[in-house]
Design a binder for this molecule. Structure first.
Ligand SMILES: [Zn+2]
Length: 416
């Protein structure tokens, strides 16, 4: 019986969203939180993009140091052999890739303007898979962009060729959010049966069905005899109407009616980290969590009307499907209402010592020597230059704990 794994794409689809972005330190924290929650794989960035190189290398170092373990870190690359080679030149230690190319007639004609035919697309993808293999890739996912508008026979041909040349998964991309749970189930089941390879579900919310489509697609993959890998983003942040929300997908898998009796997660998930990651992503992206967001919205456990309040006070199960504690909620949050000392890009050593002391529960933190304190402060200043907002505790703690990694993350060298 196949299982369901989560591949989170916040650090790829999330950050490529119009008007939104994350600093390299924020992306790193997202990877750390995804690892804590038990996400199988993070699509952690773009290995052919120069300003990502040091961030990607630094995160692979964190993996070697067992800070980012057991999560798998995978990069997104166009299914073009030269791009794969560039990825390995810029990020030599990368071992997991997803290679993406458009497969629908709409996109093949609409994007390549008659210069590429369907056979050329398969050929390009195969060359990219072979390049990835010869460069040392350990796992390869092949993304069929616009799968939901691609005819099934061609998708089977595309997926079979990928498998034949050593790919490990086919990413079924409902790029425009065009599917519904019934269509995606049938299509993905047929793909799993005919290709015999694990299927990723990459769903968008243009019709409000990203989460429903993700679990219907996962059911299709498993009924077709394969594992399912659901793509998520934290708070559903992604292109246009967004992607399938990480927390909502996990809740749908483990809490929806009868689903988990047959369709189960392949590795343990610690849902109690849900609140922390959702809050951090909201702060880092600068996008509030909707009040009615499943699990983590401000109203997810709020009751006002007489009948509901009375019912939930008598027994929470009357009006709550799951407990807020399961999501890591319930702790009071401290908000300063008086004097506040912040660190920033123009901050000094005294304020910095005070802030770090607050975090560590002391009046002032002590560093090994003044030189160490100044060095950490300098890194904090640079992190602030990049983030343009006060750093959160976990960011300050990260910099203090891993200054060499932080320095790498914060190093940007335009044009060489
Ligand atoms: Zn997408």
């Amino acid at each position: 019986m196949g299982k369901i794994y989560i591949i989170d794409v916040t650090n790829r689809d999330g950050v490529q969203t119009a008007k939104l972005g994350l600093s390299k330190l924020e992306k790193t924290l997202i990877n750390i939180y995804l690892n804590e929650i038990g996400v199988f794989q993070s699509e952690f960035g773009f290995p052919t993009t120069h300003h990502e190189s040091l961030y990607l290398q630094a995160n692979l170092e964190l993996a070697k140091m067992a800070v980012l373990q057991p999560i798998r870190l995978e990069g997104w690359v166009r299914a073009v052999a030269e791009d794969v080679e560039t990825a390995f030149q810029l990020v030599p230690d990368i071992r997991h890739l997803n290679l993406s190319i458009s497969t629908s007639d709409q996109m093949i004609n609409g994007k390549f303007s008659g210069k590429k035919q369907k056979e050329d697309i398969v050929k390009m993808m195969v060359e990219a898979v072979e390049a990835a293999k010869s460069c040392g890739a350990e796992t390869i996912g092949v993304n069929a962009e616009d799968s939901s508008r691609t005819d099934l026979d061609y998708l089977i041909k595309f997926g079979s060729a990928a498998k034949e040349h050593g790919a490990d998964r086919l990413r079924y991309c409902d790029t425009l959010g065009y599917d519904n749970p019934f269509t995606i189930y049938e299509t993905v089941k047929a793909l799993a049966e005919n290709i015999g390879m694990s299927i990723e579900l990459h769903c968008h919310g243009d019709l409000g069905m990203a989460v429903a489509n993700s679990i219907a697609g996962a059911k299709g993959a498993i009924d077709g005899g394969q594992d399912a890998y659901i793509n998520t983003t934290v708070n559903g942040i992604g292109e246009r109407a967004g992607n399938a929300d990480l927390v909502a997908v996990i809740l749908a898998i483990i809490k929806s009616k009868d689903f988990a009796t047959k369709y189960q997660l392949g590795n343990p998930i610690d849902l109690s980290k849900a609140w922390k990651i959702a809050k951090f992503a909201s702060y880092a992206f600068g996008v509030p969590i909707p009040i009615n967001q499943p699990g983590v919205g401000a109203n997810a456990f709020a009751h006002a009307s007489g009948i509901h309040a009375d019912g939930v006070l008598k027994d929470p199960a009357n009006y709550e499907l799951y407990d807020f504690m399961e999501l890591g909620r319930g702790e009071p949050e401290f908000v300063e209402t008086g004097r506040e000392i912040c660190t920033g890009q123009y901050g000094g050593i005294s304020g910095f010592r005070y802030v770090m002391g607050e975090i560590m529960g002391q009046t002032a933190v002590s560093f090994a020597d003044a030189k160490e304190a100044r060095e950490i402060l300098e890194l904090v200043r640079y992190a602030n230059v990049e983030a343009q907002k006060p750093l959160v505790e976990d960011e300050l703690t990260f910099i203090t704990k891993y200054p060499a990694i932080a320095k790498k993350l914060l190093t940007l060298k335009p044009l060489g």
